[in-house]
Design a protein around this ligand. Structure first.
Ligand code: SAM
Length: 236
């Protein structure tokens, strides 16, 4: 389970009602059973259930993270599609998800959505036994997202891709270089696709346009496919 710093006192975790429900009812753990607790920032412990609390037994190393940092910029899809993207991409190992509002984005989310997406990311990280919970950034316009993606790259070896559904572009799987790269930034568009101007702007700041295959994928499917290809290329 993912725990907040406020729940930790000495070697004890004070479990929330939701965590007690998850451990007792969902995982069917009983008094004295052990589980993994993590702080979502890289620290994990073996813990033992003791009533409404748990005892930290020892610090453990959980090797579930990818060797590269992946930032996914996603033009928000309509409906609850983004929930599914956050869930699946967290399972696949994404480091940061940056929701963006593009020219053809239909959804303009309420502030409560961000809280919901962060909760989904924490739950998916727990279920995948990840030691890091991905960061979910506040939605910004695509051009602001591009500028901040680029300014965060200055000192690292990075690759930046924009997935474009139509056109003759190289396949992402043929572009990925997995030697010595520290960071990958990848952008996927909304239902109506990126505008030509958006693709040109991304190329202008160093993004490479790529294809995910000959079929047109839904706005919710494309990020999951992109992450799967990156995982396959980077994981040893
Ligand atoms: N009607 C849009 C068009 O013609 O561009 C289709 C957009 S698609 C439903 C949503 C997003 O998923 C696209 O903007 C792109 O980022 C990504 N995508 C879907 N299929 C793709 C493919 N085969 N190759 C690259 N990107 C793809």
């Amino acid at each position: 389970i993912a725990i907040a710093p406020s729940q930790l006192q000495q070697q004890q975790i004070f479990l929330t009602k939701e965590q007690q429900h998850y451990l007792g009812r969902v995982l069917r753990l009983r008094e004295g059973d052990r589980f993994i607790a993590m702080d979502g920032k890289g620290k994990s412990w073996l813990a033992q259930l003791t009533g409404e609390q748990a005892q930290l037994l020892e610090s453990i190393s959980v090797e579930t993270e990818l060797p590269v940092s992946i930032t996914l910029m996603v033009a928000l899809p309509k409906g609850n599609g983004f929930d599914e993207i956050v869930r699946c991409c967290t399972e696949l190992g994404v480091t940061c998800i940056a929701p963006v509002l593009s020219d053809r984005t239909l959804l303009h989310p309420s502030p409560q959505k961000l809280e919901r997406w962060r909760r989904i990311a924490a739950e998916a990280a727990e279920q995948s036994e990840r030691s890091f919970v991905p960061t979910i950034l506040e939605p910004v316009t695509f051009s602001t997202g591009l500028s901040s993606a680029i300014s965060n790259l200055s000192l690292v070896n990075s690759q930046q891709y924009i997935c474009v559904a139509r056109g003759e572009f190289p396949h992402l799987k043929d572009c990925l270089q997995h030697q010595g790269q520290e960071k990958i930034v990848i952008a996927t568009g909304p239902e109506g696709g990126w505008t030509t101007q958006e693709v040109e702007n991304a190329i202008g700041v160093g993004f490479q346009p790529v294809s995910l295959g000959r079929r047109i994928l839904r706005a919710v499917t494309a990020p999951v496919v992109a992450l799967s290809l990156i995982t396959a290329a980077c994981e040893v």
